[in-house]
Design a protein around this ligand. Structure first.
Ligand SMILES: [Zn+2]
Length: 403
């Protein structure tokens, strides 16, 4: 569909003439026989381009029936485009390098340049850009220049699935120059199809005249057989990333088992909380008559919000409830991968809680006048609660200490 220009568009007028005026057939000087007008967006504003069309003056020359267009026209905008190359590059760069979404590109084009393009048109221009980019990436001359100083080539192949349910994209990369050589989506990656990709990589290496020193992959069967067939003398190793991932599996399983064991051992939080809420001082001041579940809920919320004074739980009970909330947070923390196993972190945090409790008990035995809050704030436990809560807590404890 032709681009719909608003009626009041203010176009910059550009004119182009044919540079080589000699008739391509007979060599006579050609002259202007017609004009072609076209309009497109540039980053400098909307342009109306007038192309002067030439033809041979001799009616008997075949060059008379054909018109010649200005050579430079395609360097400004390709035929039928509503945008110039500058806008195409602007769009392509934002999509491919900065990963902007189409709506984001659309909005920014409008805000910054007053260029209105539909999402469909943008998708089409991005497709043009990608095709040109791929052609450029695979340009044999450019590739040869890049590989001139390289002595050996290291290749890798892997199947990626950008979206679940879609075909797998098989990517062949060269690792010394860190570049993708080519990629192809395969619906069914049979051994033959995979071998064809490996043969293509072999042809590329041959064209560059460089030896392949090594292949890397996750060593799935099709890769192993394909590489062995096309590169019988080239070693084929595990990719370190896949290797680490496979090694990590038993680590994570052991870690998960350890977490289960710790959760089995550290239990009864709810009972402790219920007991605290039945404590005479709490009951007296608050007159709690709800069932246990409700009481626990109130106490937990109170402890979490630091509202001990509101519900009337005394300071010592608040400390116990805080410990319970902390331990519950530690037991529920599941974040982390094989390099930061969550079970290890859980064990370390529980250990700190235990040490903190022990410090409190020791203080009590020695009859120290210091309040039990003195042994409380250790770094990792403090990290379990928001900082605002910490401030609150120190305010509460200092009040307690004065009592
Ligand atoms: Zn002619």
């Amino acid at each position: 569909m032709p681009y719909a220009w608003p009626e009041d568009t203010d176009f910059i007028l550009w004119e182009l003439d044919v540079l080589n005026r000699a008739c391509p057939v007979c060599g006579r000087g050609m002259y202007v026989c017609d004009h072609r007008y076209r309009r497109f967006h540039t980053l400098e504003g909307p342009v109306e381009l007038v192309c002067k069309l030439n033809h041979c003056p001799d009616p008997t020359c075949p060059g008379h029936a054909h018109t010649t267009s200005p050579e430079l026209e395609v360097t400004i905008a390709l035929p039928k485009w509503a945008i110039g190359w500058d806008v195409l590059c602007w769009i392509g760069h934002r999509r491919c390098s900065r990963h902007w979404s189409i709506p984001q590109i659309q909005a920014e084009l409008w805000d910054a340049y007053g260029i209105a393009l539909s999402a469909d048109s943008l998708a089409r221009y991005i497709r043009h850009y990608q095709i040109m980019l791929a052609a450029r990436q695979e340009d044999p001359a450019a590739l040869r220049r890049q590989y001139q100083a390289v002595e050996e080539i290291i290749l890798s192949i892997d199947g990626l699935q950008p979206e679940k349910g879609h075909e797998t994209l098989y990517v062949v990369r060269e690792l010394t120059q860190k570049r993708v050589w080519f990629a192809e989506p395969l619906i069914s990656a049979t051994a033959d199809e995979v071998r064809r990709l490996i043969a293509t990589a072999k042809a590329w290496a041959l064209a560059l005249g460089k030896p392949v020193a090594l292949w890397l992959s996750d060593r799935q069967d099709a890769f192993v057989t394909g590489i062995a067939a096309e590169f019988p003398d080239v070693p084929h190793r595990y990719c370190a990333n896949h290797f680490l991932r496979d090694v990590a599996k038993p680590v994570l399983e052991a870690d998960s088992h350890a977490k289960v064991q710790m959760r089995k051992k550290v239990r009864g939080l709810r009972k402790i909380e219920q007991a605290v809420l039945k404590h005479p001082s709490a009951e007296a001041s608050n007159g709690l008559r709800e069932d246990d579940r409700q009481a626990t809920f109130t106490a937990t919320v109170a402890a979490a919000a630091g509202w001990s004074e509101v519900v009337g739980v005394d300071a010592a009970s608040t400390v116990v409830l805080d410990y319970c909330a902390t331990v519950r947070g530690i037991l529920n923390d599941d974040q982390g991968g094989p390099l930061q196993p969550p079970g290890l972190r859980m064990a370390a945090a529980l250990h700190e809680v235990r040490a903190s409790l022990q410090r409190n008990l020791d203080e009590k035995k020695g009859g120290s006048p210091r309040s039990n809050s003195a042994g409380w704030p250790t770094a990792s436990i403090a990290a379990w609660r928001p900082s605002a809560r910490n401030k609150r807590r120190s305010a509460t404890t200092s009040r307690t200490s004065r009592k």
